[in-house]
Design a protein around this ligand. Structure first.
Ligand SMILES: NC(=O)c1ccc[n+]([C@@H]2O[C@H](COP(=O)([O-])OP(=O)(O)OC[C@H]3O[C@@H](n4cnc5c(N)ncnc54)[C@H](OP(=O)(O)O)[C@@H]3O)[C@@H](O)[C@H]2O)c1
Length: 198
């Protein structure tokens, strides 16, 4: 099993706005789906609540939600609810991992900020998507940032494969999402070089 993180940020490190993504980029969501399909995904309660009801839990993946306030009845039997914040003991256990987690497959930390921050020191790979605004004089803004990511990448990771994706976006029907539409993003994989010494 490899413990991996997948996160999309603007060039300025913004990851969210009003408990949602501050941009609209279906191509990035497709990439997210391809990478995580068949694996375990771990998310914070707010990220779980931000998913559209039709995508909750995320299909084809074992969903783990970290929350002290949600109850099993609110998430359904397909979700593993983890109410302790010590996630390393959840994953690695004192003797064995959680019985519902398939340790032969990858485990992905998928957000949001609170969960990212607590797992940052433990993941061995980070899949970072940089969302690039191409609208002149317009900046993507939001209320949740993840600045710690850059320090961790600089100090403890080696940069691997990097791909710039350019999508020819021609929205047919103008709707609320089109104003947030981005068509340029860079996907970079980082591999852990050094772990923190406690
Ligand atoms: N850009 C991206 O790639 C990306 C990905 C995912 C989410 N997001 C965005 O991130 C924002 C949400 O982030 P967030 O930080 O506000 O919420 P979050 O991490 O999704 O959820 C926070 C909640 O999860 C529980 N929790 C998770 N980890 C915990 C820990 N280590 N210690 C204590 N509690 C923990 C607590 O639930 P209880 O209060 O129930 O105990 C906490 O209130 C949204 O805007 C979302 O759209 C962005």
């Amino acid at each position: 099993m490899a413990l991996k993180m997948i996160v999309a940020t603007t060039t300025d490190g913004i990851i969210g706005n009003r408990n949602s993504l501050p941009w609209y980029c279906p191509e990035d969501l497709k990439l997210f789906k391809e990478k995580t399909m068949g694996s375990t995904v771990i998310m914070g309660r707010k990220t779980y609540e931000s998913l559209p009801p039709s995508k909750r839990p995320l299909p084809g993946r074992k969903n783990v939600v970290v929350s002290d306030t949600l109850h099993l009845g609110e998430v359904g039997p397909d979700v593993v609810l983890w109410d302790h914040y010590d996630l390393t003991s959840f994953l690695f256990g004192y003797e064995s991992p959680h019985p519902e987690i398939d340790m032969t497959k990858d485990v992905w930390v998928i957000g949001g900020r609170m969960l990212y921050r607590s797992m940052l020191k433990h993941v061995s790979e980070i899949h970072h998507v940089e969302i690039i605004s191409t609208v002149p004089y317009s900046k993507i803004t939001g209320d949740v940032a993840f600045p710690e990511l850059l320090d961790e990448l600089r100090g403890y990771f080696k940069k691997g494969r990097s791909v710039l994706h350019s999508v020819n976006a021609k929205p047919v029907n103008l709707n609320q999402n089109d104003t947030k539409r981005v068509n340029l993003f860079r996907e970079t994989v980082y591999h852990r070089d050094q772990f923190h010494v406690e």
